[in-house]
Design a protein around this ligand. Structure first.
Ligand code: GLA
Length: 710
């Protein structure tokens, strides 16, 4: 199967339903090896009761499938797959390479990863291997060959699950193997030591290298290790791990036409756990992601929304698969708050609204033993007479009612998504390097603030890289793109001059791809485009705020400087930056570029958003979206599906006209000919053709209420 996300996701949904009536995926990780075989019959019976149609099998089964080197035992897996097939349940089959068995690590201790402090990981948890280990790669390839060869024609199998959450526990590795791999990678990147010395700025602190052999991973040293060395090591570590995926995926593809994926981990891959999902996504037939709520965050649904949108970015706007989330509590946070009644449905619907063609979970049956025994499952320890099980069954029904949504794409008020946020992996990694102006200046936090503002306004947003084609977007926001390549900077510049609207926030375009300062006025890459000349960063104290003449207050940061050609929309009103621009707008070519030189509070940001959106002709899906209500839309062949999710504790009435809220509400089957009242906690998905234009008068009609199931 080619890496063609649309075709690959359609391939799966057609096999979960039929080519004429594809089905959204519903199910999760199934680990039958944790249970006596008698339990399996009950498992499949209950899967059918809930409407489960896809399970991921074998992810952590290596030690059972290959109990000793080269000796394979597939009998139990044969029986599991046959049983699932007999019950019409499809399988996302793993190649089981995520957790090498004790015999392997014991025999090949050199395969274990080493931390920056030189501590060798032991085995006894999972993912105990170094990406550069030839022993690991050989063993993983042999196992993959066996599994793909044996099961490529099994009628239950519809897709392949390579490994699991690459890099979650073993990234990066600082071993001697990684050192050798890093040197080869650097030789390919720079060609010569001179090139490397220049890129790494090794004239600073007497770091000049005179032989390749002297170069090491950025292991713990007395103080900050060379920042470009750290950045290159993150890039190398991601590439090295990707080689593992590619080798295993190639073996599978040589046996089987089914789509191949590995499950990503959303925003979690920072500098110290580096995997560059933009590059990885190019190797996926289907982009799949795991998402877990930050339990204590009372607005964690906004983080979910941002992650789902980012995943759709990796999938280049095409449908993707939610490989894991949880029915209720997880086990790995300090306080594992259980999901509230209805939260399971709301969370799953958020993912579907944002482009997922299914909702899968970790895991089918909550474990009895092991490190994750307090993690919720579809089937709780306490059985089926439970809140969780009832909500699981309800979700299965909801996903069946929404089957027609499969294959559709996320759209905004204009019929396409009008806004995108730039999120370059290099910019994030580089912004997380040490010895920067302020620990509070965070690429992720700033990105989230902007995404949240659009979310509250009911304006769908994509995520793209600075080098992508942006011409289809009316408004592009680049939050704290600290590092920008020359090509990314030129692309953003060209986008504006061709008529686009670009918002740049502080600490963007400051360094090039080697983490070298772009000299001249700040923000280096954009001073001319923005029509500002900023001269000094003035980070603020923890908790400090500055008054602004508009959109204020500002926190975290402000800057000393002046506007050259830009119109100043707000200035800093006090302190050492008093009179310096805080928010500006500049005409460049036939477009406009805006600068925001501080962190704005939600209210100020929302107010400013209305200025940008008015300039760029960006409309929300629904005007004046009530607080705590989430709205999203998917579209296909002239049909729109509008998702309305009430996360709040108040019943709301969604104002009409707007956003296609006439038609059929698919979860209840009710006809809607007018307004929609949405009870606290409730979800509605409205199918409509040819949504009414914004501003069109509402037709007098009945009003339908959607009640929360609780
Ligand atoms: C990850 C892993 C799963 C499980 C869950 C628990 O997503 O892929 O195996 O550990 O976390 O939340």
């Amino acid at each position: 199967m080619d890496s063609n996300n649309t075709a690959a996701m359609d391939y799966i949904t057609a096999r979960l339903g039929s080519p004429e009536a594809p089905a959204l995926a519903f199910g999760g990780d199934y680990n039958p090896e944790q249970w006596p075989e008698e339990t399996w019959t009950e498992d499949v019976r209950l899967m059918r009761e809930a409407g489960v149609n896809l399970v991921s099998v074998g992810i952590f089964s290596w030690s059972l499938l290959e109990p000793s080197e080269g000796a394979y035992e597939f009998g139990w897996l044969d029986r599991v797959l046959d049983l699932l097939h007999a019950n019409g349940i499809r399988v996302d089959l793993a190649n089981a390479t995520a957790s090498p068995p004790p015999w392997f690590s014991h025999k090949y201790p050199q395969s274990l990863p080493i931390t920056a402090d030189g501590v060798r990981h032991s085995y006894g948890s999972r993912q105990a291997f170094a990406a550069s280990s030839p022993e690991y790669r050989r063993a993983a390839a042999a196992l993959t060959e066996q599994i793909a060869g044996r099961y490529s024609d099994h009628p239950a199998v519809v897709m392949w699950h390579v490994h699991n959450e690459y890099g979650c526990h073993n990234q990066p590795d600082f071993s001697d193997g990684a050192a050798a791999g890093f040197r080869s990678w650097l030789e390919r990147r720079y060609g010569s030591l001179d090139g490397l010395n220049t890129a790494w700025g090794t004239a600073f602190w007497s770091q000049r290298y005179s032989a390749w052999a002297e170069i090491l991973p950025p292991r713990t040293s007395g103080t900050w290790v060379n920042p470009t060395q750290q950045l290159d090591f993150a890039r190398y570590s991601s590439d090295e791990l990707l080689e593992c995926y590619k080798a295993e995926a190639a073996i599978i593809r040589s046996h089987s036409p089914h789509p191949v994926t590995t499950n990503f981990m959303g925003f979690n891959m920072g500098l110290h756990q580096p995997v560059d999902y933009w590059r990885w996504a190019e190797q996926m037939d289907v982009v799949s992601n795991d998402h877990y709520l930050i339990a204590e965050d009372r607005r964690n649904f906004q983080e979910l929304a941002a992650t789902a949108d980012l995943t759709r970015g990796w999938a280049k706007g095409k449908p993707w698969l939610l490989m894991e989330h949880s029915t209720s509590a997880v086990n790995w946070q300090p306080r594992n708050i259980a999901k509230a009644p209805g939260e399971l449905l709301r969370n799953s619907m958020q993912h579907v609204a944002r482009g997922a063609d299914g909702a899968l979970f970790f895991q089918w049956r909550a474990s009895r033993a092991g490190a994750e025994k307090f993690h919720s499952g579809l089937l709780p320890h306490t059985g089926t007479d439970t809140k969780v099980w009832r909500e699981v069954v309800q979700l299965g029904q909801a996903l069946r009612s929404l089957a027609e949504v499969s294959g559709s794409v996320v759209t905004g008020a204009s019929g396409r998504v009008d806004v995108t946020i730039i999120h370059d992996t290099d910019a994030r990694w580089a912004s997380e390097l040490d010895s920067h102006p302020s620990v509070d200046a965070s690429n992720i936090a700033e990105t989230r603030r902007w995404h949240d503002a659009f979310y509250r306004a009911g304006i769908p947003t994509d995520f793209r890289q600075s080098t992508d084609d942006l011409s289809g977007y009316r408004l592009v926001v680049a939050p704290m793109q600290y590092l920008l390549s020359d090509s990314g900077a030129a692309n953003l510049d060209g986008y504006v001059r061709a008529g686009g609207h670009l918002v740049i926030t502080y600490f963007s375009g400051i360094v090039d791809e080697n983490d070298h300062i772009r000299l001249g006025s700040y923000p280096g890459a954009f001073s001319g485009l923005l029509g500002v000349q900023m001269e000094e960063f003035l980070p603020l104290r923890a908790g400090e705020a500055v008054r602004l003449s508009g959109f204020g207050p500002g926190t975290c940061w402000n800057e000393l400087g002046k506007a050259t050609t830009a119109e100043v929309l707000a200035v800093v009103d006090e302190g050492p930056a008093a009179g310096s621009p805080a928010v500006t707008r500049n005409h460049a070519g036939s477009g406009r570029a805006y600068y925001v030189a501080t962190t704005l509070a939600p209210e100020g940001l929302s107010e400013l958003l209305t200025v940008f959106c008015a300039d760029a002709a960006v409309l929300p899906l629904i005007p004046e979206l009530p607080a705590n209500v989430e709205i999203g839309r998917r579209s296909k062949d002239g049909t729109d599906w509008t998702f309305c999710i009430n996360h709040g504790t108040d019943d709301v009435r969604l104002p009409l006209p707007g956003a296609g809220l006439t038609g059929v509400e698919l979860l209840s089957g009710a006809d809607l000919n007018g307004g929609l009242s949405l009870a606290a906690g409730a979800v509605a998905v409205v199918r409509s053709r040819n949504s009414p234009l914004m501003g069109e008068p509402a037709s007098p009609s009945t009003n339908h209420s959607i009640h929360s199931s609780h």
